[in-house]
Design a protein around this ligand. Structure first.
Ligand SMILES: Cc1cc2nc3c(=O)[nH]c(=O)nc-3n(C[C@H](O)[C@H](O)[C@H](O)COP(=O)(O)OP(=O)(O)OC[C@H]3O[C@@H](n4cnc5c(N)ncnc54)[C@H](O)[C@@H]3O)c2cc1C
Length: 367
């Protein structure tokens, strides 16, 4: 497909922003249609950890670690992205599993090493306590989710993409030869190709083209403190919560309550999470809660990304996944190459939509 195709991207979260950037840089005419404001929904509630840690089959590790390299490329292409590479301490697995994870990922080339309590205290002196066996991963980092997503979208717009905010796509239009554009609440938009990067709304959007995608939407909570003097240098991944400190001094903690964030007493759940963070820090009692956020992760049926052509509808593409902060640069680049050049990146080969053929679509929002 020639580079001057008109592509509509549905959704301006981190995935839509990355896709738009890579498409426009490759010469496509790009229109992004966003129901709300640029930045995203899952993206604005994200913790922002860039990593290739735990629970990975090797092909998924390879995609994630490649995406961390792609973040560094994006930082060069879009100067000023709020991305940092602080490294982090990890002990959010039982010790035997933590040891297995370290052995396996070190063998795959991940910059991971064991540290004892003393070394952990040297790396993070404000931690109230750390267990005797902790891992340190030097190459992990953070992308401030909303700011990064907006900056990437602004760069795509500066490079020639057109962003329509406050405009909802109501359906995908199908012509005799496949996709012909989208219908929106303010009229149709013609396009040669459509890419759906609509986060948790992806299945309902695809359904308008007769494409099924199973997706679950487990909740996760973040609590954010008011700005404070520096207490953490890097990421801390403990069993109770994950935490980090932003460049402007806010402490952020994330917890998933094992997928059961209480829907009726969210403020109480936030207070519990915030107290847990305070207990983990020597000066924790000095912190005060500024706000809490409750988000839903877009998780395709088997837990892995769904990226590529929607089979049966020529010109229709999809990109939806958990870990989208980590994966956005690689997915945006590879999908743009596939859409414009017809080349499927081998690292994406396990993540095509064809694996869901015959699986019933579902979208469950727990809260
Ligand atoms: C609590 C939490 C913590 C997380 N932590 C991490 C982490 O540490 N590291 C990591 O890598 N990932 C993390 N994630 C996952 C990551 O945030 C997501 O994978 C990523 O943000 C998804 O981005 P997206 O662009 O696909 O979706 P979104 O950000 O949701 O963007 C989709 C956009 O599509 C728009 N849209 C929807 N329907 C329509 C329509 N009909 N018309 C027009 N626009 C539409 C929406 O308004 C939205 O702006 C976390 C997620 C959550 C919720």
């Amino acid at each position: 497909m020639p580079g001057n195709s008109h592509v509509v991207v549905v959704g301006a979260g981190i995935i839509g922003a990355s896709l738009a950037w890579h498409l426009v840089r490759a010469g496509a005419r790009v229109t992004i249609v966003e129901a709300g404001a640029a930045g995203g929904v899952a993206t604005s509630n994200s913790f922002g950890w860039l990593n290739a840690s735990w629970g990975n089959p090797e092909p998924y590790f390879r995609l994630r670690i490649r995406s961390m390299t792609e973040w560094r490329r994006l930082e060069r292409e879009v100067p000023g992205l709020p991305v940092s590479w602080s490294g982090g301490l990890i002990w959010d697995l039982p010790p035997d599993k933590l040891a297995d994870f370290a052995r396996e990922h070190a063998a795959w080339g991940y910059g991971i090493r064991s540290v004892d309590r003393k070394e952990a205290a040297r790396l993070e002196p404000q931690l109230a306590d750390a267990p005797e066996f902790v891992l340190h991963v030097a190459e992990e980092g953070v992308a401030e989710p909303l700011a990064t997503s907006r900056a990437l979208m602004a760069a795509a717009v500066a490079a020639g993409a057109k962003l329509l905010e406050g405009r909802s796509v109501t359906s995908i239009r199908i012509g005799t030869h496949g996709v012909s554009g989208v219908e929106t609440d303010a009229g149709p938009i013609e396009a040669d190709m459509v890419a759906v990067a609509a986060g948790v709304e992806t299945p309902s959007m695809l359904a308008t083209a007769g494409v099924k995608l199973p997706l679950s939407t487990p909740p996760g909570m973040l609590v954010v403190s008011r700005p404070h003097r520096r207490l953490l240098d890097g990421l801390v991944m403990a069993p109770e919560l994950h935490m980090r400190q932003t460049a402007d001094g806010r402490l952020v903690a994330g917890g998933d309550f094992e997928g059961n964030v209480p829907s009726k007493n969210i403020a109480a759940a936030a207070a519990t999470l915030f107290s847990a963070m305070q207990r983990m820090l020597r000066a924790g009692e000095e912190l005060s809660l500024e706000r809490h956020l409750l988000g839903h992760r877009p998780v395709p049926g088997d837990g892995f990304p769904a990226v590529g052509a929607a089979s049966g509808v020529e010109g229709l593409y999809v990109a939806v996944m958990h870990s989208g902060m980590t994966l956005a640069p690689a997915v945006g680049r590879f999908l743009a190459e596939e859409m414009l050049g017809g080349r499927r990146e081998p690292l994406l080969s396990p993540y095509g939509l064809e694996r869901f053929a015959g699986v019933e679509a579902s979208a469950s929002t727990t809260v």
